[in-house]
Ligand binder design. Structure first.
Ligand code: MBD
Ligand code: FE
Length: 309
């Protein structure tokens, strides 16, 4: 039952004054946003009859999340990062942009400046006994022309679900590379199969999810930024088919057309041809990126990124 101890008129007045909407100084856009968020929050407190203790528990929680540098994990966990993707999808649709590979969330674990290779490279440092993976494909524009010199910036977790620069020590830029496509728009890499990521046990994010009856697991996935001059940046991932959490991702990142077939190669001749002595996994995936246009929101997200030490 809504409490409404306070009239909406009084709340409106308070939020207006608190956000400086009644003066002509400051940043108009910021004031508009603060005003709206404050108003909606005050209404929610009033209607849900949020107690002093509940309120300060919430403030304390956000403080802890910030102190632990976990905001980037809570945001996808409560579907906000995916929600922003849904808005961008719709904005692109209305701008007439079609035919590009489906986007999905960046997540909090990108590190800029990975080593740059031409055409093909190896991502793993040889210390991970995970299944060997060869992934390859091409970058196309939406007319079907291959794009030479596109950059495929790829990052993924190791076979324990950990990323380099986060969690247990790994070699710098392990499982992170930038690959420049060759004259046919082709990229290719050798790596090891990632495992799904799980929110650190006991983390603030996991604590919140547990209180909502949810888990903090992601299916195994591989992240990509695909860029080329004159084109819109694509931020996406592929998911590893067959993963237990494929359609139960705590971060809402799985999308149906980002689940390529996973081919397990066991044929002795094929194994020999690949220069290996044990079965391996092959995944093919092509990217299509759209042209830069005026009048659509940008796809390059300016956010805080971890910096390589
Ligand atoms: C990840 O690896 C990830 O991709 C997201 C979205 C959240 C947490 C960990
Ligand atoms: Fe990830």
């Amino acid at each position: 039952m809504p409490m409404n101890l306070i009239s909406k008129t009084i709340i409106k007045e308070l939020a207006t004054k608190a956000s400086g909407l009644d003066n002509d100084q400051g940043n108009a856009r910021l004031k508009e946003i603060v005003n709206r968020l404050l108003y909606d929050l005050m209404i929610a407190i009033d209607e849900l009859d949020i107690s002093m203790d509940e309120f300060w528990a919430g403030v304390g929680y956000i403080g802890e999340v910030a102190k632990a540098n976990e905001l980037g994990l809570v945001v996808p966990g409560i579907a906000l990062e995916h929600f922003l993707d849904l808005r961008l999808d719709e904005a692109e649709r209305r701008a007439g942009l079609a035919g590009g590979t489906t986007r999905t969330i960046e997540g909090p674990l990108y590190v800029a400046g990975a080593p740059l290779a031409k055409g093909e490279t190896r991502l793993d440092d040889g210390t991970d006994d995970g299944e060997i993976l060869f992934m390859e494909g091409r970058v196309f524009d939406t007319a079907g022309n291959p794009i030479a010199g596109a950059i495929v910036d790829v990052w993924h977790a190791n076979s324990f679900g950990f990323y380099s620069f986060f969690g247990p020590q790994q070699s710098p830029y392990n499982l992170r590379r930038r690959i420049e496509t060759d004259r046919d728009g082709r990229y290719r890499f050798r790596s090891i199969m990632p495992s799904g990521y799980g929110c650190p046990p006991g983390s603030n994010t996991e604590t919140l999810l547990a209180k909502m009856g949810r888990h903090g697991q992601r299916p195994a996935h591989i992240h990509f930024f695909v860029t080329a001059p004159g084109h819109r940046q694509l931020t996406t991932q592929i998911n590893i088919d067959g993963d237990k959490y494929l359609h139960d991702d705590f971060a809402f990142g799985t999308r149906d057309d980002l689940i390529p077939p996973v081919e397990r190669v066991t044929d002795a001749a094929e194994i020999h041809k690949a220069g290996l002595n044990k079965p391996f996994v092959r995944i093919g995936f092509d990217f299509r990126i759209t042209r830069e246009v005026a009048g659509a929101p940008g796809t390059v997200v300016h956010r805080e990124h971890a910096v390589a030490a």
